[in-house]
Every structure is written in structure tokens, then in C-alpha cells.
Design a protein around this ligand. Structure first.
Ligand SMILES: [Zn+2]
Ligand SMILES: [Zn+2]
Length: 624
């Protein structure tokens, strides 16, 4: 250990060393370089970023639990038992990508749903394990890890696999992290936080469902797990593969600009399996009853008769989004947010026979009022439909069907979710009702029908990314249908059947859709044609937040080529009692924007701002 390195800081700012951990492996300079880059790029202090990247147990000076240190991961990675032989297209992808093992190269693996991307991952990992390297596999959601973990364990019975995500118990996460950091674990599977683990033998990075917005952290170090993983591969000098059926427009444009190499899996892997047929149902012609058009109902009935599965997709959980009084127009709102309370049915909480009101923005809960607080009317009505209400409707319509709902409420306990997903895979469920939790990556062999209930809210959004996300989620959820020999069908209920997004969806034409979206983005000056950062502030009073943003922007000289917009309140202005506003900065030059954001950050960190909470978000994706 070096003791004679002079510090640039004054002695008064230095702290004494309390202890030195010798029960954990030393962190490499390459890893520190990664953390330095992320801290500077995303404008957070290095110390905070480093500490935040460690499992909670390693953040203190207390000795590690013996169980965490003692768990040894012996690996005999030579065993490789693939379940299938590769199709010609898969084999091409594997040979092209594995040709760059040992050097950095970024691949966009654009494979249609059901094209067997996982099989490609497995074969690439096998090549890495042969060479004694580590493979990092990141997925957007914890719920996707059990399925992959099972595949990995079956395929590589001898390999040491470390899971890294926030759903793990402390000790398990610490021992996984240690195994990764020592180089004992040869496959590291996890969510975005796995990207920050030290991996001394890193030889391959795989990012599954790369388009997914969950890769972006929304607090503290607001990093993109996807972008950090690409940077990490560059540091390690190894290939990175970004897999998806619906690439993010950033990645698509990276391919167009030759920064990524595109590899394609244009067909489904199972012989004879085709992409599902998409039909748009015009809600102006077919009047829906309790949320379903007659065509949707008969399509579900036909599946039940044939013993096939249906999936009803609705991106809105709860019973009803609004509880309202028809007599005076009152609607239940959250006292702390500028948002409505969502009515939740009683099913999940038997102690509350009438259900609860819940705010989806701050988590506030309230009892359902017996009467309208404004006019006293006792006949309050739930308006609109959430997954619980759809489940209720289907239960009444098809009483014999085995029905299961999957959303963040039903999946409170991870083990329950996994059990339900396994039952669905075994065909023990006839109708699945769910949110986008169901859309991601799952494989239900018996599923032949997908009904999309309300996609229209996203079409009307002011967020320029809404169309990209809607296309991705619809293509993903549609991709659950007909993955085996029986053909799949997708019904989309909408009031805007002529919308070009649905036409592209019906043709499964991602390239055409991306082309038109990118043309719009270019004309409007949005990413990926410019780089963006946001400065956000929140305070009990909106004016305080707005003033803070105006003054912050005024205090730093704006270089040529950087655009700073006027501060604006968030669409949902008040959340959890705070009024929120933001200002957006843009530039076509990333270095120019970085320099400006850096100067702004330094200036704000130095001054004390007691009356506002603020943060910088580089490459922001949420604007609500
Ligand atoms: Zn009323
Ligand atoms: Zn609220």
C-alpha cells in the first residue's frame, strides 16, 4: 500500500482511515477507471458512486459474514450441454461475434421474437468459458433472471454462476459479488447493478432486451446500465452484444453510423413457427362491452375450446384508474401529488373488504370513501379499467377458465411470480391478464392469442419517446404468441386503427418504423441527433424550484453550440408534497454538453441549496 502519495486536498478535508478490508479482493485500476468515468459522465461524486456500487455488507468496516466469504465457487466450465443445435442464422451470428473475442467490438443482435437469441448467448458463453473468461449477462428485470439462470445451469452444469440484483438477500449478494470480483464466477447474471461489479476476467458482455428503459437508474448515480456495459466492454477489450427484437433508436442509429455491427435473426427458431398475425380492431365500429369487443371475446372463447392460452395485455394495474362522483364531478386525488388515486380491489388485502385507493406516484394509500366528500352522494363510481377489473370481467364471462393476473401487485412476492410464470409455461393457466411485466422475454409454449386492450393513451402522449416504447412493448407482447407450431394471433383494440404505428406492427416492420421515427426526431432536433441532459429541482413551492433553475442557468457561461431551454414544471408537477420543475440542455456535441453540465454541477455542488432538492440527469429518459 502506498503511503506517500501527496493529496491535492487540504489536510482539513481529509479523513482518517478506520480500517482496511482484507477479506475482500482488491479493486483493480480498470474498475476504478470505470467508476471514475461513470461518476464524471453522470455528474455524481466518485466516493458516493463507488460506495453505491458495492453490496450493502461491503459498505461498512464490519467483517463480512463468514458464510459470504466461505462460499467458494469451484468451476469446471468445460461441460457444455446445449439443448438444441443452432439454426443456420444462429450459427452465423455466433461465428461472427466470437471472431472478435479478445478485442472490443459492439454488435446489435436484432432478432425477431422467438428467434432464439438465448441460444446464441449460450454458444457465445461456451466459447468464453473454454478460454477461462468471465461472461457478464445483464437483463432489465429481476423477473427475467430465474428462466435464464435455469437455462444456464442446464447448459453449463459445471460452471459457477453468480446472480447479482437488488432482490437478493444481503449475504447471497455479497458472496456473488465476491465470486465475481475474485474471478471465481464464470457467468455473472444480473440487472444493471451487475455492470458495476469488478470482473477481472471479463471476456464477453451480453445485454438482453437492450431497448428496455429499466436499464437506466433513476436515482443517485443515474447511469444507463446498457451504455455503461458497452463502455465496460471497451475497457476490458472484449465484444459486447446488445440483443433485442425492437432495438432502441439510439442503438439503431449507432448501427447506422457504423459504431455497432448489426447481426440479424430474421426468423423464428422453431421450424414452422411464424410471427403472429396482427389485427387491429376499430373501437369506433365495434362497441366494447366491459373493455372487450365481441371479436376479442370470441377469439378468447375459441382458444379455451382448443385448450390454448390467451394473454390479455393492459398496461394499467389496479381496479380502476379513477374513482369519481357522477353527481358533482369530484374524483379522488392524491393529497401529495397532482395525480388521481387509483382504486385497488380487495383481493390482495383481505382485511380491507372494500379495497383501497392508492397513489401510483408516491405510494400514498387511503380508504375508499363511503360518500362523495363534496356533495355526499353515496354512489361513487370506478371509472375506466385496470388489470384487476379486467380479471373480474373475464372471471364472470369464462367461469371455468383458469385465470391468472400478473402485475406488480400480484407479484409482490418474487417467489409467487416465478411460480405463476412456471405454471403458465406448463400450460396450467388458460388466460393470463397482465401488464408489461408479462411482455418481457417470457416463453409460453401454449399461447396463441394476445389481446391488447388500451394502447391509445401512449399514442396521445406528448413524450417524443412514447411511440418508440409503445411499438417495443406491443411487438414484445405480440411476440409471446405462436412461438411453437400453432400460429399466433394478436388483436389490438384502438380508436386510431389508421395510425402508422399499427400498420408497421402488423407487418412486424421494425426497420420501417425506426426509419420514420428517426426522420421525425431529426426534423425536431431530438436524440439520438442531439445529446440531452436535464437539471431537475423540487421544492415545497413551485416558484422556489423555478427560481433555482433560472438562476443556476444564469450563473454558468453557455458555450457555443449548447442550447439551454427555459425551466418548465413537470407534467405531474406535485409529487409526494414537492413541486417539480426541470430545464433541458441540448447539444449536437457530446463534449460541449459535458463541459457545460460539468461546470453547472460543480457550481451547484459548491453552493448550499437548503430550500431545494436538485439533481442532474445525463441522457434522461423520463420526463414526467
Ligand atoms: Zn359528489
Ligand atoms: Zn401521491
Amino acid at each position: 500500500m502506498q503511503t506517500d502519495t501527496p493529496s491535492q486536498l487540504p489536510r482539513s478535508k481529509l479523513k482518517s482511515l478506520l480500517a482496511i478490508r482484507d477479506d475482500a479482493p482488491r479493486l483493480s485500476s480498470e474498475w476504478l477507471e470505470l467508476m471514475r468515468f461513470l461518476a464524471s459522465y453522470y455528474q455524481r461524486p466518485l466516493g458516493e458512486s463507488v460506495i453505491g456500487s458495492l453490496p450493502p455488507r461491503l459498505r461498512s468496516v464490519k467483517p463480512l459474514p463468514r458464510k459470504a466469504v466461505a462460499t467458494s465457487m469451484a468451476s469446471s466450465p468445460q461441460e457444455f450441454k446445449p439443448a438444441h443445435t443452432l439454426t443456420a442464422a444462429q450459427a452465423d451470428v455466433v461465428s461472427r461475434a466470437s471472431a472478435s473475442l479478445g478485442r472490443f467490438e459492439a454488435f446489435l443482435l436484432h432478432g425477431v421474437t422467438g428467434s432464439g437469441k438465448t441460444e446464441v448467448y449460450l454458444h457465445l458463453i461456451a466459447r468464453v468459458l473454454e478460454r477461462g473468461g468471465q461472461a457478464l449477462v445483464i437483463v432489465p428485470e429481476i423477473s427475467l433472471t430465474p428462466q435464464l439462470e435455469t437455462r444456464f445451469r442446464q447448459t453449463f452444469p459445471g460452471a459457477a454462476i453468480a446472480l447479482l440484483h437488488s432482490g437478493l438477500e444481503d449475504v447471497a449478494r455479497t458472496s456473488s459479488w465476491l465470486a465475481a470480483a475474485r474471478g471465481d464466477a464464470s457467468i455473472i447474471l444480473g440487472t444493471r447493478l451487475a455492470v458495476l461489479a469488478p470482473l477481472p476476467k471479463l471476456a464477453l458482455v451480453l445485454i438482453d432486451e437492450e431497448h428496455d428503459t429499466s436499464f437506466k437508474q433513476q436515482e443517485g448515480l443515474r447511469y444507463s446500465g446498457r451504455d455503461a456495459a458497452v463502455y465496460r466492454a471497451k475497457l476490458a477489450g472484449c465484444p459486447v452484444l446488445l440483443g433485442t427484437a425492437t432495438p432502441s433508436l439510439e442503438s439503431w442509429s449507432n448501427w447506422q453510423q457504423k459504431r455497432y455491427v448489426r447481426l440479424e435473426l430474421p426468423e423464428r427458431a422453431v421450424p414452422g413457427a411464424r410471427l403472429p398475425e396482427v389485427r387491429v380492431l376499430d373501437l369506433r365500429r365495434e362497441t366494447p362491452e366491459q373493455g372487450f369487443t365481441p371479436s376479442s371475446v370470441s377469439a378468447i372463447a375459441a382458444r379455451l375450446e382448443r385448450g390454448e392460452q390467451s394473454l390479455i395485455f393492459l398496461n394499467r394495474r389496479g381496479y380502476a384508474p379513477v374513482l369519481a362522483c357522477e353527481a358533482c364531478g369530484w374524483a379522488a386525488g392524491c393529497a401529495r401529488c397532482s395525480a388521481r388515486m387509483v382504486m385497488h380491489a380487495a383481493a390482495e388485502r383481505s382485511r380491507e373488504p372494500h379495497g383501497r385507493l392508492r397513489c401510483h406516484h408516491c405510494g400514498a394509500e387511503d380508504a375508499i370513501p363511503r360518500a362523495c366528500p363534496t356533495c355526499g352522494n353515496v354512489d361513487l363510481r370506478p371509472m375506466g379499467r385496470g388489470t384487476q377489473r379486467i380479471e373480474e370481467t373475464l372471471g364472470a364471462r369464462f367461469p371455468a377458465a383458469r385465470l391468472e393476473r400478473i402485475d406488480r401487485d400480484s407479484a409482490r412476492r418474487r417467489s409467487d411470480l416465478n411460480r405463476t410464470l412456471e405454471r403458465a409455461q406448463r400450460g396450467e393457466i388458460d388466460i393470463l391478464v397482465g401488464t408489461q411485466l408479462l411482455a418481457k422475454g417470457h416463453d409460453f409454449p401454449g399461447l396463441t392469442l394476445v389481446v391488447v386492450l388500451n394502447a391509445d393513451t401512449a399514442l396521445l402522449s406528448t413524450d417524443y419517446r412514447a411511440a418508440e416504447r409503445l411499438f417495443a412493448v406491443l411487438e414484445q407482447v405480440a411476440g409471446r404468441a405462436g412461438r411453437r407450431d400453432r400460429p399466433g394471433e394478436v388483436l389490438v383494440q384502438t380508436r386510431y386503427p389508421e395510425h402508422p404505428l399499427f400498420a408497421a406492427l402488423a407487418r412486424h416492420d421494425y426497420a420501417g418504423f425506426a426509419q420514420s421515427q428517426l426522420a421525425e426526431r431529426k426534423a425536431a432536433g431530438f436524440p439520438p441527433y442531439v445529446f440531452e441532459a436535464a437539471l431537475r429541482a423540487e421544492a415545497p413551492k413551485l416558484e422556489t424550484a423555478m427560481r433555482f433553475l433560472r438562476e443556476a442557468a444564469r450563473r454558468v457561461d453557455r458555450p457555443e453550440g449548447v442550447q439551454v431551454y427555459d425551466p418548465v414544471p413537470h407534467v405531474i408537477t406535485r409529487r409526494a408534497g414537492y413541486e417539480r420543475a426541470q430545464l433541458i440542455m441540448q447539444s449536437s456535441s457530446r463534449p460541449a454538453l459535458q463541459a457545460y453540465v460539468g461546470a453547472l454541477g460543480a457550481q451547484l455542488f459548491d453552493a448550499a441549496h437548503r430550500e431545494v432538492r436538485w439533481h442532474l440527469d445525463v441522457d434522461p429518459i423520463e420526463f414526467d
